[in-house]
Design a protein around this ligand. Sequence first.
Ligand SMILES: [Zn+2]
Length: 156
Amino acid sequence: MSDDRDAVELPDTIELPRLLDFYELQTAEHTGIHEFYERLREGQLSTTRCSDCGDVQFPPRIVCPECHSDDLEYVDLPHEGELFAFSMVRAGAPLGMEDEVPFVTGIVEVGDVRLSARIDGADYDDLAIGDPVELNVVEIDGPADHERVFYRFEPR
Ligand SMILES: [Zn+2]
């Protein structure tokens, strides 16, 4: 090994719960899409639309994947949508969801976007593609110093 290489130091200990946390830190200090979470905390699901080419993305972006513009605006999404696809999680659930298996996840069509989300309050066997679903905002109780929320859906 060469003597003039820079050294990279690693911490002696790593806080595993933080690293395995499924949910993003949601403040302006941590993410460029904090406005998405601020709106969600108010109960509004939203995403970004490119002011230059009109492309609507989900999840929200800070740069348009179509034309690379950073002139994006937040637009509201409807809170009612349709189940485009769904499946059941029986094992291998993310940290904090181990005790909730089995549960349903799905692809939901809301407005111009499709997004993946947990489907709460539903039995896999009772669901069908095209079923109407509605937004369910949940609070995340985890190792963060600020209130966090996330979006799920449930049958309506
Ligand atoms: Zn664009």
